[in-house]
Design a protein around this ligand. Structure first.
Ligand code: ADP
Ligand code: MG
Length: 350
């Protein structure tokens, strides 16, 4: 006779490869039902963008089928993004706050932030995107939106919406082409208001596109919200890597964990199938190694990425077979996995 206990024992042999613990101890097995020789259950993943979903599912299936009494296994998957301490700000609740930063401008930080946010949202997560780049608030163009919706009510201010996520940009507040010259305290209270006065609601991932460098916005954000971590974008060139390394050092000083390094504009895919390393090779990976952080992946230099940004249609949604879209989706999955790992580490420590 098959018992729940026996099935759970079998599933104790299956590890979550990111969290290095078994599915049962992690509380990921739900709705276990046994009907004669049939076993069904749900695996509750820690993010809907789980890169290891099919591996975990296969391993669980094998483990249960290795019991001679089990003949049919039906597995559903669901996701609950875990957070060690849900962060509540008035009525808004954020499970993970992830900042996207860089040392230099123009390395593709906003491109990565937008595609990361859209990829997570399209996997079913609740996502908010805050464009806090006071020097170049480019998110509105990259998403094809240009202002906040009109609001008559006196409560929280409604946000712009695009591709299934809520969006606020510092760019909505300034006239086109006008530079922002907020400094220190004014900037700090602006950042706080973007977080508290707007109707973000409950979010799995709150993604913040930072200005380049190591300045006031980074400081204000880290003082206002406990960040799950920062994603650092660089190109392969040594000058970009040098500046990215300063950004890593700054986040460490602010006690913000670095989730990893993304190398953008890594290579050009040539028509003959080869890759041309236009800006040199290995810069991002080397930086990850040197700073003891995770290398989150390479994104090709691709005119389609530039175009999709200009036209407000994020490339991750464009084409399932596009290698650039694929690379950006992989980065999003890795970031989600790193966030789950950070949440799990803190759960274990507390
Ligand atoms: N991998 C890429 N291939 C081609 N163009 C890119 C790539 N990444 C970014 N771009 C383009 O380069 C410009 C700068 O990117 P952006 O994301 O705005 O950088 P940042 O936010 O770091 O200043 C944009 O026009 C963007 O569309
Ligand atoms: Mg930008």
């Amino acid at each position: 006779m098959l018992t729940s206990e026996a099935v759970l024992n079998a599933l104790r042999q299956v590890m979550d490869p990111d969290l290095h613990q078994d599915l049962v101890s992690l509380g990921m097995i739900k709705d276990l039902k046994i009907d004669g020789e049939q076993v069904s259950f749900t695996i509750e993943l820690t993010t809907p963008s789980c890169p290891l979903k099919s591996k975990i599912e296969n391993d669980a299936r094998q483990a249960v089928l290795s019991m001679t009494e089990a003949k049919v296994v039906q597995i559903n998957t669901s996701a609950r993004v875990r957070t060690p301490k849900p962060l509540t700000i008035d009525e808004n609740q954020f499970k993970h706050v992830i900042a996207v930063g860089s040392g230099k401008g123009g390395v593709g930080k906003s491109t990565v932030a937008v595609n990361l946010a859209v990829a997570l949202a399209s996997d079913g997560a609740k996502v908010g995107l805050l464009d806090a780049d006071i020097y170049g608030p480019n998110i509105p163009r990259m998403l094809g939106i240009d202002r906040l919706p009109d609001s008559q009510t006196s409560g929280k201010i409604p946000l712009a919406e695009a591709y299934g996520m809520k969006v606020m940009s510092i760019g909505f507040l300034v006239q086109n082409g006008q530079p922002l010259i907020w400094r220190g305290p004014m900037l700090h209270s602006a950042i706080q208001q973007f977080i508290t006065d707007f109707d973000w609601g409950d979010l799995d991932y709150f993604i913040v596109d930072l200005p380049p460098g190591t300045g006031d916005v980074q400081l204000s954000l880290s003082q206002t919200l406990p960040l799950t971590g920062a994603v650092i974008v660089t190109t392969p060139q040594q000058v970009a890597v040098d500046d990215a390394s300063r950004a890593v050092a700054m986040f460490e000083k602010l006690e913000v964990p670095v989730l990893g390094i993304v190398e953008n504009m890594s290579y050009l895919n040539l028509p003959d199938g080869s890759k041309l390393a236009v800006f040199g090779e290995g810069g991002g990976e080397h930086l990850a190694f040197r700073t003891g952080t995770t290398f989150l992946g390479r994104i090709p230099l691709d005119p389609e990425i530039g175009k999709s940004g200009d036209f407000g249609s994020p490339i991750v949604l464009l084409d399932r077979n596009n290698p650039s879209a694929e690379a950006l989706r992989e980065v999003a999955c890795k970031v989600a996995a790193e966030a789950s790992i950070k949440a799990h580490e803190r759960e274990v420590l507390e």
